[in-house]
Design a protein around this ligand. Structure first.
Ligand code: BGP
Length: 495
């Protein structure tokens, strides 16, 4: 048995892509409510007003929530569809969805709290009671079904009012606003939730710079993004300290995307380049979370990009006192990098580097690399030696809905079978992996492209890119397969 007894099997979601109910229950707006749908070729757009009152639509710059130049505020544009608003409506379907998760055998469910449902603008002194009540009802429903919640406190949805005032996380005040919010939810749910994650994919903000180059690779971008990240790292650490005071049994983790990088050739120049990209994209934020300080290589990154960070003595103390209990990450693919010219490049959303001839690629250009998951688990555990969780993994694919309501998705089953197998091998090799929550266990809106047709779920949701669909749920073939996997604690991967 590779997977230990009590291993957590489940699925993962996020409020901004799943919850819906965007203007109900006293919830305030978040930027994702003003972001349109896109595709692998067309970027998602944001809609905003200039000082003359004219409304514009411009490409959303990934991981950069500052208002576009000339904007005074975000607002709606007639004729635009904003898919995250209704999303796939967990808000009104949570009981039905939790029953389906239970049927599959989940003993863990990852979800996030929408900050603006608790503090509609972020600035209120008192939380929104209706928002608190909603999540209490969800956590109680999970408890009744013996499903342990794994709760992300911030998943891409800072309240809009804070984004408009501060350009997202470009101001120190965001730290205290976050700690206030985190403290509220820790206190409110201290007897219902044990496992918490502070920021989803906290490292994306900087990993984009080295992975994508181009417009992200300027000193100005690095300055901005390292500042944003520093404030979030301090906010995370302060929240962790507060959380442990509220309930010493809390297990609080970080959440990073794993942009595992391979050197494209064995040329030592490529090896060093890959190592530096791993430092920048992964270990930079991970080391601060786990060790409580910036690792020596951070100085190289700052020097190379002329970054001067506002790190106070109080920040340093906070980082030391707020280290994580567990390390969690998302894993979708690996990337190749090289110093050589002329190699074929990958295409797709959020995929970068050269094409790996040993791998296959998804319809969205993401490499499929199960061994890469094993590799990532092993190098991460070698480095950190604290419990790990894979809290996102999966393949976004076009699913065909049959006339009888079924969905045959052998490609998804194949993807998961291979990844679960290599996870088992990592455990056999000594990795302390405690949970696996595949992404979008029920169909939801894609973060990168805003599409519905990029589906990840074991459960199909009848919602489509033109906004139609009755939101009913049906089980895909992979639903029955995953149920069997969970029942056998990861032993039976047969198709
Ligand atoms: C991660 C995010 C998720 C999720 C996932 C898949 O970066 O944490 O929110 O969306 O990627 O990405 P996409 O939705 O673009 O396919």
């Amino acid at each position: 048995m590779s997977f230990p007894k009590g291993f957590y099997w489940g699925g993962a979601t996020a409020a901004n892509q799943y919850e819906g109910g965007w203007n109900e229950g006293g919830r305030g707006p978040a930027l994702t409510d003003f972001t349109t749908g896109g595709s692998v070729k067309e970027p998602r757009m944001v809609t905003w007003m200039d000082k003359e009152g004219v409304i514009h639509k411009t490409p959303n710059k990934p991981m950069d929530d500052t208002l576009p130049e000339g904007a005074v505020k975000y607002c709606e544009m007639e004729g635009c569809l904003y898919p995250n608003r209704e999303a796939t409506d967990f808000y009104h379907h949570y009981k039905e969805d939790i029953a389906l998760f239970k049927e599959m055998g989940f003993n863990m469910f990852r979800m996030s709290i929408s900050w603006s449902r608790i503090y509609p603008t972020g600035f209120e002194a008192e939380p929104n009671q209706e928002g608190l009540d909603f999540y209490r009802a969800v956590f109680e429903e999970l408890k009744r079904n013996d499903i342990e919640p794994l709760v992300t406190i911030h998943h891409f949805d800072t309240p809009l009012a804070m984004v408009e005032k501060y350009g997202d996380w470009l101001h120190r005040d965001c730290i205290d606003l976050f700690v206030k919010y985190a403290t509220t939810v820790f206190t409110e749910y201290k007897d219902l939730v044990k496992y918490w994650l502070t920021f989803n994919e906290i490292n994306n903000v900087i990993s984009l710079c080295s992975m994508f180059g181009g417009m992200f690779n300027t000193d100005e971008e690095y300055q901005k993004r390292c500042t944003h990240l520093h404030y979030q790292l301090v906010a995370s650490a302060k929240a962790i300290k507060a959380g442990h005071e509220i309930n010493p049994n809390f297990m609080i983790g970080c959440m990073l995307s794993s942009p595992t990088v391979y050197p494209h050739t064995c040329d030592p120049e490529d090896v060093i380049k890959a190592q530096h990209e791993m430092q920048e994209c992964f270990w930079y934020a991970g080391d601060v979370h786990v060790f409580g300080y910036y690792s020596p290589f951070a100085k190289r990154i700052w020097a190379e990009h002329n970054v001067t960070l506002d790190i106070t003595e109080e920040d340093k103390a906070a980082l030391k006192e707020g280290t994580v209990d567990m390390f969690t990450f998302s894993y979708y693919m690996t990337n190749n990098t090289t110093t050589h010219k002329g190699e074929a490049q990958v295409g797709g959303n959020f995929a970068a580097g050269t094409r790996n001839p040993y791998l296959e690629y998804s319809d969205w250009g993401w490499s499929v690399d199960p061994r890469g998951l094993q590799y990532t688990l092993e190098i991460t555990y070698d480095r950190y030696r604290i419990p790990l969780m894979v809290v996102e993994n999966g393949i976004g694919a076009f699913d065909e809905l049959e006339a009888d309501g079924s969905v045959h998705d052998p490609y998804r089953i194949d993807y998961f079978a291979k990844h679960i197998k290599t996870m088992g091998q990592a455990i056999d090799n000594g990795v302390d992996l405690i949970a696996y929550t595949p992404w979008g266990c029920i169909d939801l809106v894609s973060a990168g492209t805003g599409e519905m047709r990029k589906r990840y779920g074991f459960i199909f949701v009848h919602k489509f890119d033109d906004g139609t669909g009755d939101l009913s749920r049906s089980r895909k073939d992979s639903f029955y397969w995953y149920k069997k996997v969970i029942a056998s604690n990861g032993e039976d991967l047969s198709k």
